[in-house]
Design a protein around this ligand. Structure first.
Ligand code: PEP
Ligand code: MG
Length: 589
């Protein structure tokens, strides 16, 4: 039966495919397709992993038998029996084989997929004892996964098997294999999202998350449709269900009827036609009808995104979120050389265009690694994040500053500092920057000049602009956080997403004042939060005097179209009228 789940629209477009349910804790399990001739080897890999765990359990059983009943609790022996039984469960074994043979999933993916299928059955059981066996099943799956590590066979990288982009000879011409896959998970961390960069999924749905959560931001950068905050999606959708993701409306349709499918298929084609139309603007300069030149920059997460940004028509990078270089590394942070090479790749990828590198913004919803519940701070968004984190670990910060300064010898680099609020933080930052230069001088290492910028993303900063403009060459307004902190709305929490309002008069006041003060002092100012890529807000921001927008590359041409149609002079008075409204949104929509 067809039904719809409503969530938040975060990454545009329509995706139609089959659901792949992944437990949040297993998102980091590799997902890729194998070749048909690798099926047997892949089944063998699971068999060897399983046998290793069986051997281990039997060894334990022998030890227990030799120890005598007094020394070993009866429960342990019983538990081992249950684990052995589960490992021999025909549904598990046959299911895993089926996912490998019929769908060409890699072994780990097949195992975790079948685990989800069986876990769902356990959830539905009346008998409490049996229901609790789900935890045992999860445990043995973890053990098999661990045993399989190190017995990998050569695999086809996901990118060669990407269902939407693979060349025809890469695809196996079987209907069931050509179906795009939609990932459905309770939650995905920004670090998980990094893996998506080379994944096989054509779209994703999560139960939690807000519109400007970093998970959503990375989804946008992947250019795949996504819906977050879909509450119970991971419980309502079943493995292999057909689903439609409407990333424009924030709707997930499960088990769609033929009519609904045809409708979405039509919408999908319309989207493609619209993208084709916009691509004609690629080489058109972004100039308003009354002659104001507007700078359209890209937000990127990894150096490898840079060439795509140039292709999308960006005239530079306005925000390189360098923290993505630091995530998912189990605490092994990149050293100076690794960072230097990464920044150089971004600079080289931009072919002489300016690159704004933001120092790490770790914390809040961007944790370095998957963290246990006990490690989550009370109020992570108000805690040790961004520049606070950097200043708390000067060696780490100095390492990053040196790497950026060295890379700056090879192109135009702007250095951007996130989350500043206090004069003391500004002073410490400047002093560490001087120290980083002195360290490089001491090593006679070459480095280049940087323009220094501060992000305005805490209301306290927006209210003390003169202090900031005294020390910085340019400001960049991080509206995602500025909205969060002005309205006291956690940007990652879907339960308050309806109150997260870029058009709240208080937010507009802070944005407008920042732009006006920078313009008055002839200092550079841009917006690099998600507001910059929202075509519904382009005219308003132009009217407020903004001439530099930094956004996800896929949005650049749509924003350019708005710029080309706008008369910035005429928009000025209108923008100030909008700001004066009790509910400015009513004037815009
Ligand atoms: C912002 O806060 O608007 C911003 C661009 O930074 P981030 O989204 O990475 O917090
Ligand atoms: Mg921010």
């Amino acid at each position: 039966m067809s039904f719809a789940i409503h969530g938040l629209a975060v990454a545009r477009g329509i995706a139609i495919g089959r659901a792949v349910l992944v437990a949040s804790s297993r998102v980091d399990v590799a997902h890729y397709f194998i070749r048909a001739e690798q099926v047997q080897a892949e089944i063998e890999r699971v068999r060897r992993g399983r046998n290793a765990v069986v051997d281990e359990i039997q060894r334990l059983q022998r030890t227990i038998a030799n120890m005598g009943p007094k020394e070993t609790p009866h429960e342990l022996a019983a538990l081992l029996d249950v684990h052995l039984l589960l490992l021999q469960d025909q549904e598990l074994i046959a299911g895993v084989k089926r996912w490998i043979t019929d769908r060409l999933y890699n072994a780990e993916w097949a195992l975790t997929t079948q685990l989800e299928v069986i876990a769902r059955q356990f959830d539905e059981m009346e008998d409490e004892y049996l229901r609790e066996r789900k935890a045992d099943l999860e445990q043995i799956t973890e053990k098999v996964l661990a045993a399989m590590k190190g017995v990998a066979v050569k695999i086809v990288p996901a990118s060669t098997r990407n269902l939407r982009h693979a060349s025809q000879q890469d695809l196996l011409l079987d209907d069931t294999l050509d179906v795009p896959l939609i990932l459905v998970a309770h939650d995905l961390s920004p670090a998980d999202m990094l893996q998506f960069k080379q994944s096989v999924f054509a779209g994703f749905v999560t139960d939690v998350g807000g519109r400007t959560s970093h998970t959503a931001i990375v989804a946008r950068s992947l250019g795949i449709p996504a819906v977050v905050g879909a509450r119970l999606a991971s419980q309502l959708v079943r493995q292999d269900d057909w689903v439609v993701i409407d990333g424009d409306a924030g709707v997930v349709v499960v088990d769609p009827s033929a009519i609904i499918l045809a409708e979405y298929g039509f919408k999908q084609r319309q989207g493609e036609i619209e993208r084709g139309r916009l691509s004609r603007l690629l080489h058109t300069p972004a100039v308003t009808l009354d002659g104001h030149r507007v700078e359209l920059l890209a937000n990127i997460e990894m150096p490898e995104d840079a060439p795509g940004a140039v292709k999308a028509g960006a005239v530079g990078v306005g925000l390189f979120r360098s923290e993505f270089l630091f995530m998912g590394r189990n605490g092994n942070l990149p050293d100076e050389e690794e960072q230097y090479l990464a920044y150089r790749r971004a600079i080289d990828g931009m072919q002489g265009l300016p690159v704004t590198i933001r120092t790490v913004d770790i914390g809040a919803d961007k944790q370095l690694d998957r963290v246990g519940r006990e490690e989550v701070h009370l109020n992570p968004a108000l805690g040790l994040r961004a520049i606070r984190w950097s200043l708390a670990d000067p060696d780490m910060f100095l390492t990053q500053l040196r790497a950026i300064l060295r890379a700056a010898a090879f192109g135009q680099v702007n250095l951007l500092i996130p989350m500043l609020a206090h004069a003391s933080e500004i002073r410490q930052t400047l002093s560490l920057l001087e120290q980083a230069r002195a360290q490089l001088d001491g090593r006679a290492a070459p480095y280049g000049p940087v323009r220094l910028g501060a992000m305005i993303e805490i209301p306290a900063a927006a209210l003390t602009l003169k202090l900031f403009l005294k020390y910085f060459d340019f400001l960049s307004i991080g509206t995602n956080d500025l909205i969060q902190y002005t309205l006291a709305i956690d940007r990652a929490d879907e339960s308050v997403a309806h109150l997260y309002d870029p058009l709240h008069p208080a937010v507009l006041r802070l944005v407008a004042d920042t732009i006006a003060e920078c313009n008055r002092q002839s200092k550079g100012v841009s917006v690099c939060g998600e507001m910059a890529g929202d075509v519904g807000l382009t005219r308003l921001l132009l009217g407020l005097g903004l001439r530099s927008f930094s956004m996800h590359p896929a949005q650049i041409l749509a924003v350019k179209q708005e710029v080309l149609r706008a008369d910035a002079g005429k928009l000025r008075a209108w923008a100030h009228e909008v700001m004066a409204e009790e509910e400015p949104a009513a004037r815009l929509h």
